[in-house]
Design a protein around this ligand. Structure first.
Ligand code: AMP
Length: 118
């Protein structure tokens, strides 16, 4: 079972922000910004590439509610989902990173990356 499925099942503790029947939001254990929250579907889906439009439609108001609860709706935030090897996805369970709490830098591509496949 993947690590995020274990968090859903309560086998691994998490610092929860918000939860409903289908989704869970919790603080990232290794924050990349002053506020770094992960939003996951409770049902295992490998990544955005495997998700369906209903899940995406349902996760949208959930993410917006999380941002309102934390106050990021006022200050702004970045929403990211990493997909696969080049996307830097480490946990193979669909998740959305919500980053905020300060001005974020904007940089994606690392030249001479030894992991680059194209
Ligand atoms: P990604 O690289 O997009 O797959 O992101 C995975 C994220 O999960 C990373 O930001 C990790 O810090 C985070 N993470 C891994 N294990 C845990 C955990 N037990 N609780 C909270 N966040 C975690």
């Amino acid at each position: 079972m993947c690590i995020f499925c274990k968090i859903v099942d309560g086998e691994i503790p998490s610092n929860k922000v918000l939860e409903n029947e289908n989704f869970l939001a919790f603080h990232d254990i290794n924050p990349a910004a002053p506020i770094h929250i992960l939003v996951i579907p409770k049902r295992h889906i490998d990544s955005f590439q495997e998700t369906d439009s209903q899940t995406m439609a349902e996760v949208t108001p959930f993410i917006q509610e999380v941002c309102k609860k934390i106050g990021l709706d006022k200050t702004g935030y970045r929403l990211i989902t990493n997909v696969g090897k080049d996307g830097g996805q480490e946990v193979k369970h669909l998740h959305f990173h919500i980053l905020g709490g300060g001005k974020l830098i904007w940089k994606h591509y690392q030249q001479n990356d030894p992991h680059k496949s194209i």
